[in-house]
Write a protein that binds this ligand. Sequence first.
Ligand SMILES: Cc1cc2nc3c(=O)[nH]c(=O)nc-3n(C[C@H](O)[C@H](O)[C@H](O)COP(=O)(O)OP(=O)(O)OC[C@H]3O[C@@H](n4cnc5c(N)ncnc54)[C@H](O)[C@@H]3O)c2cc1C
Length: 475
Amino acid sequence: MIDVAVIGAGVVGGAVARELTRMGLSLTILEKNSDVAMGATRANSAIVHAGFDAKEGTLKALLNVRGSKMMESYAKELGVKYKRNGSLVVGFSDEDRATLEELLERGKKNGVEGLRILSRDEILAIEPNIGDGVTVALEAPTGAIICPYELCMASVGNAIDNGAELKLDFEVKKIEKTEGGYAVSSDSETVLAKYVVNCAGVYSDEVAALSGDDSFTVMARRGEYMLLDKECGSLVSHTIFRCPSKMGKGILVSPTVDGNLILGPTAENIDDKEDKSTTAAGLSKVRMQAGEQVKGINFGKTITSFTGLRSVGSTGDFIINEKDGFVNCAGIESPGLSSAPAIAEYVRDLLKGAGAILSEKADFCGKRKPMHYFKELSVDEKNELIAKNPAFAHIICRCELVSEGEIVVAIHTNPKPRDVDGVKRRTRSGMGRCQGGFCSPYVVEILARELGIDYTDVTKSGGKSFINVGKTKEV
Ligand SMILES: Cc1cc2nc3c(=O)[nH]c(=O)nc-3n(C[C@H](O)[C@H](O)[C@H](O)COP(=O)(O)OP(=O)(O)OC[C@H]3O[C@@H](n4cnc5c(N)ncnc54)[C@H](O)[C@@H]3O)c2cc1C
């Protein structure tokens, strides 16, 4: 019997797994998909929120502010890019100004440092492309940007490197109380664990119900985005939020940590927890609001659009609790990414309270190399790497300058990718302007070679998403 079964390999499950591994617990992560970071962690705004938004005294406020303070060093240790670019919540009216004043007070009570209200002239001095109608803003210098799926992959990978196990394609369908723990089962396998941590995102209510806990529900709230070419990435330097409403923080315009410009998300409650489609109406709302906030956005430079599903819990706060050694991390909507390292500490303490014996693992190594790095190196460093391994001179993705060397390293680094999208998320191959038009066939070849499988068995994103059926003249 292992110590802990963590259900769900998103950014929360990953951070929890890493922290508990650090504390010497034996642990298995159970993930229903064929890769990690496939839930909300894959598609969100990628902002490390400063912490002024959540109501004082809530878990959201506590863990957001703590997580935001931890994030820079957490990301650095794991080799994940992080940039403290600061954020502005912009308002257009006297009513917005009153909301921003409230946010300022709330932020101060939450312990957020450096908040201040800016006039239009002060905004223009730092963001010359701000929309003509913007009259006021709340500045939060501790706001930051990060890559969410990279953070998740790095946390899970680091946990595996330190002894944790990852079981992919393991959909938890049954949870039974046993003597001394739980039996957690998929259709074909059972894992016995003393403790269970439920980090199943939008399905965390259904997973809790498997253990007999139906005290909360989780609803999906769709958020649609547009991602623009790197040519547009420097239009603004801060994350530009719109003054919030009941449905959330509103549309934002922000540079990403990789240099693109992201616009979105919308907020629409939906019944289908699998519906990740974008809609013409949603994207048109994104365009309209983003254009009011920031001038000169070239929407023609959109390289992709996507949807993320928030996990909206029925209590209005993060639902993080423990009973009989079963821990829920549910309703982890925004600011869940920002809070992830702090949630992990909170879960650690809950397990300690439940009787888990924690002792820092003597040989734990928390450090990890960055996942994609070649293009950041100097010419001399590149040449040195190429001299050792000529595969680094073979550029596979021309848009993002990703070499074969990096792809091969990624395929053999925990958590190991098994499909084309998995390689894409780890190396950025296929994330550029052509969205994989040129590099995907090469990535298929490299995956087939490195995994020792036929190229017809390589999938786009697990399951039956096969790409090739055979050679043109043979089929
Ligand atoms: C539109 C949008 C914008 C957001 N913007 C921000 C932001 O800017 N900043 C911020 O801090 N937060 C933001 N968030 C919130 C943040 O993305 C989430 O809080 C965070 O990703 C949640 O991580 P998680 O690990 O709890 O869930 P997920 O990433 O959803 O992971 C849950 C995992 O559990 C797995 N799973 C589910 N059921 C089972 C089962 N039965 N068996 C096994 N595995 C299972 C899933 O496959 C999935 O991999 C945003 C979210 C959305 C959707």
